[in-house]
Design a protein around this ligand. Structure first.
Ligand code: 6R9
Length: 649
């Protein structure tokens, strides 16, 4: 694959690009040779209320993991995203909101956004929200979600956005873990013409989990649907806004004060509240947004990610707004009302930069050229991909059919924990190889290590680690620093372990090969096998469950489940359906199992550990090459599973 077709930077693009090849090399070298100097320089793009005293104080030593950037500096994120743009851009559109139904867009200027954020910040204060409080957002992709995030940052509250596709159970777990006392939601969410009862879900979460800590639920009337209402607790967003003052002073926050937590899946246990702080995150979000996307003034930037994920935080909200850009928030889905929706949005709003996920690209590609048929698409200048490895077929389709061969594609590799992009081509500097995330961004030091932790040189394949910190790095897991250290810094000592595997070719290009731990990537969404298993075993008929990933044409990975039923429970098609529904109910539709196989027993070591390696092979009918099964407690179960699998297909 290293001799894959090389796509040079288009000449026209290179001429106007912010960073060309020489500049990339020079700046990258400078960022490694003298990080303090490099990052001090970059921090000038942020307005500081008090200058920082020290750029960087970081340690990956597992006895003392500590990550601090821009120490002693004071700033406010919302002031950086709003106030400082008012002089030049008060009438420029900050957010273009594209509703689920076509033809209902809203344009919000910086002046309007600033006023609404101030009002809502005042409203939050009025409701008793104080600096350091955790505010949970369970919201659709509507401007009020952006307003709520920015309002939190304005007063120093910590937002915790929970994807609105998660179930009441999943929401409850996150509210409890964050010890949040305020939830912001909407009456309903709308996606692809279907509504989700968000307010009712919040009520269910609070009742079922018997959560007593939440004393306020703020509700945006979005669809106007009838909703249950509890006077003592529920507040109407519009009423609060009408009463609130138009100005709220931005709180000077310490560079290392928390900005937000965001839950993500790991290989074990419950989702982790990844903690991001203020100064480093914002600097890194803004810098990457500008250089990775070659973002220029007055361009329209569309990141299709939901704010429930890190990509939505960094590249729908914070990066573009910190840079005074115009960002698009899309409430709907790419295939509603039909597969031409993305193309229509691109043409309607004259999108210059489109940043989306391989799963969306594959869904469009599955309809042949229909997705772009009749579309103009000439406003597009640059394309981006994120969330999972992009297969060369999808890459080529994206490049030729969407980008008409004019637009470079930046395949950006990063994680919730990294805050923003770590590896990517820079569009004016890096010749592209379809499927490769190419090179490290400024200041980023990737390395590949073998399973013993030895650093591999040259062309090699191994576990992907980072040797030193970058400003956007997560600082901790909320209220569980030990788990943070354990998860990321104990596997390969002295490094940050990403959980991903990667290959580096002769040209030094990186190719992400996927997770090497028990984390699945379904349509670009991270899911712990342990989470799905724990949902399954909470069903009354299930004794045990084991979950593995399987290749899936559209989703990248699908969910393959082995279930052992309790004694006396009969396997049946209706039970299979019931279990699928159960998992949807416990976690959300994105966790719905694709295949459920009955398993009277699971392959386990004598110490009781499930051998997922074997289960992964059986799921794809690779019955040979199961490896050594003699260490199993009961090797007989393997044959049984193979026979059952054969009978299913
Ligand atoms: C930003 C985001 C992180 C995991 C990551 C990796 C996979 C993300 C990728 C990619 C290959 C890319 N991933 N981008 N794999 N190429 N360009 O997606 O964060 O939801 O935390 O997922 O996604 O496996 O470890 P998050």
């Amino acid at each position: 694959m290293s001799n894959a077709t090389l796509y040079p930077v288009p000449e026209e693009f290179a001429r106007n690009a912010l960073i060309d090849q020489d500049t990339y090399q020079r700046l990258y070298q400078a960022s490694i040779d003298d990080p303090e100097q490099f990052w001090a320089e970059q921090a000038k793009r942020i307005d500081w209320m008090r200058p920082f005293k020290k750029v960087k104080q970081t340690s990956f030593d597992d006895h003392n993991v500590s990550i601090k950037w821009y120490l002693g500096g004071h700033l406010n994120v919302s002031a950086n995203c709003l106030d400082r743009h008012l002089e030049q851009r008060s009438e420029q559109t900050a957010i273009i909101w594209e509703a689920d139904e076509p033809g209902q867009a809203r344009h919000i200027t910086y002046r309007e956004l600033h006023r609404d954020v101030c009002r809502f910040a005042n409203a939050l204060k009025h409701q008793g929200v104080a600096q350091g409080d955790v505010v949970t957002l369970y919201m659709p992709m509507i401007p009020e979600a952006a307003i709520a995030m920015l309002a939190c940052s304005r007063i120093g509250a910590i937002h915790s956005v929970v994807f609105a596709g998660f179930s009441p159970e999943a929401l409850a777990g996150r509210i409890l873990d964050g010890r949040s006392n305020v939830v912001i939601t909407a009456d309903e969410g709308l996606r692809g013409g279907r509504s989700t009862p968000l307010k009712a879900n919040v009520d269910e979460a609070l009742t079922h989990a018997d959560i007593k800590t939440v004393d306020k639920v703020i509700v945006v009337r979005h669809t106007g649907a009838e909703i249950p209402w509890h006077d003592h607790r529920d507040r109407d967003y519009a009423e609060l806004m009408a009463e609130a003052d138009d100005f709220c002073p931005p709180e000077p926050m310490d560079s290392e004060d928390p900005l937000f937590i965001l839950y993500t899946s790991g290989s074990t246990g419950k989702p982790k509240g990844i903690l991001h702080t203020t100064g480093g995150y914002l600097t890194y979000a803004a810098l990457t947004h500008q250089y990775v996307f070659d973002y220029k003034d007055s361009e329209v930037f569309w990141c299709t990610a939901d704010i429930g994920w890190i990509t939505g935080h960094t590249y729908t909200i914070y990066g573009p707004l910190a840079n005074g850009g115009t960002t698009v928030m899309f409430e709907g889905v790419p295939n509603y009302p039909d597969v031409t929706r993305m193309a229509r949005v691109i043409d309607t709003h004259k999108i210059n930069i489109l940043y989306t996920a391989p799963t969306a690209i594959r869904a469009m590609m599955a309809m042949g050229d229909a997705a772009m048929a009749g579309a103009d698409g000439s406003s597009l200048r640059l394309l981006g991909s994120v969330g999972e490895p992009i297969n060369p077929e999808a890459w080529n389709w994206y490049y030729h059919t969407v980008g008409k061969g004019r637009c470079p594609i930046v395949d950006t590799w990063w994680q919730t924990e990294t805050g923003a992009t770590l590896m990517t081509p820079l569009p004016g500097a890096t010749p592209l190889k379809p499927g490769s995330a190419a090179c490290p961004f400024f200041g980023v030091q990737p390395a590949l290590v073998d399973n013993e932790g030895n650093i591999l040189q040259g062309a090699a394949e191994g576990n992907l680690v980072l040797l030193d910190s970058w400003p956007g790095q997560a600082r901790s897991i909320f209220r569980d620093h030990e788990r943070f250290v354990d998860t990321y810094f104990r596997t390969f000592k002295g490094t940050y372990f990403t959980g991903d595997g990667a290959r580096r070719d002769e040209d030094g290009y990186y190719w992400i090969t996927g997770r090497v731990d028990d984390v699945l990537n379904v349509s670009g969404h991270r899911m712990g096998t342990a989470e799905v298993e724990s949902a399954l075993v909470s069903h009354k008929d299930v004794a045990e469950a084991a979950v593995v990933g399987m290749p899936h044409d559209l989703k990248g990975q699908g969910i393959y489940v082995y279930v052992t039923l309790n004694d006396g429970i009969e396997a049946s098609e209706s039970l299979r359906q019931a279990l699928r529904q159960w998992v949807r109910h416990e976690i959300g539709p994105i966790a719905t199992p694709d295949v459920i196989q009955w398993a009277p027993g699971l392959p386990k070591t004598r110490s009781g550990k499930i051998m997922r390696r074997i289960l992964r092979k059986i799921a794809v009918a690779e019955y040979d090459g199961l490896g050594d099964i003699s260490t199993l407690a009961d090797p007989g179960v393997v044959e049984h599973l193979i026979n059952e699998h054969k009978s299913m297909t």
